[in-house]
Design a protein around this ligand. Structure first.
Ligand code: GAR
Length: 210
């Protein structure tokens, strides 16, 4: 099975959705590590109850972002993952540190990228008067929330919506989107090529850059 390492900073509901999909037999994957920058992140409890190894790297113990990120990816590499999944990982990652993982790292972001990279996506969609909002899963590149989009889920913004109602309606959609994309990658039908995302009806045995 595809070996997956998770990076997460908080609640971990997207990781929970991946675990649940695996439980249901919909995801032929193995979770080899959950890494977090926050020692008190609930996602760590979740991993421990599921028997998934965890590691915490505290950014305050490193000289700078670069040092932190190289240490983080060293730890991750030791678990020999095939794919890194950023599931609520709230740090910007150094471009050089992530280079070896090009095409093997995905992120879920709560906006219809390329709209609203960065933080406060629900607030910004409301403020802009958008009628539609959503979440995206994309390959991670050095550009913050700027890598090639793989798939998106959408919902309508309704009168009376606020940040909380919007986030609450979007979350269950995220929980479908992320496992669906991971399943696609596990099936070998998806890869990152030089020109962007490659979807293939036939299994790709050796996708570019894997
Ligand atoms: C999710 O809504 C995810 O899209 C978002 O954080 C939340 C994590 O929730 N990610 C980002 O904002 C990335 N910049 P979770 O910890 O319950 O999965």
């Amino acid at each position: 099975p595809l070996r997956i390492a998770i990076l997460a900073s908080g609640r971990g509901s997207n990781f929970a959705a991946l675990l649940a999909a695996r439980e249901r037999g919909e995801l032929p994957v193995e979770f080899v590590l959950v890494a977090s920058d926050k020692a008190d992140a609930p996602v760590l409890q979740l991993a421990q109850s599921a028997g998934v190894p965890t590691i915490v790297l505290d950014p305050r113990e490193y000289a700078d972002r670069r040092a932190y990120d190289f240490a983080l990816f060293d730890c991750l590499a030791a678990s020999k993952p095939d794919l890194l999944v950023l599931a609520g990982f709230m740090r910007i990652i150094d471009g050089d540190a992530m280079k070896p993982w090009a095409g093997r790292m995905i992120n879920i972001h709560p906006s219809l990228l390329p709209k609203y990279r960065g933080l406060h996506t629900h607030r910004r969609a409301l403020k802009a008067g958008d009628v539609e909002h959503g979440a995206s899963v994309h390959y991670v590149t050095a550009e913050l929330d700027g890598g090639p989009v793989i798939a998106q889920t959408t919902l309508s913004i309704e009168a009376g919506d606020n940040e909380n109602t919007l986030a609450a309606r979007l979350l269950p959609l995220e929980h479908q989107l992320l496992p669906a994309v991971v399943a696609l990658i596990a099936s070998g039908r998806l890869a990152l090529g030089e020109q962007g995302v490659i979807f293939d009806d036939a299994p790709i045995r050796k996708p570019l850059r894997w």
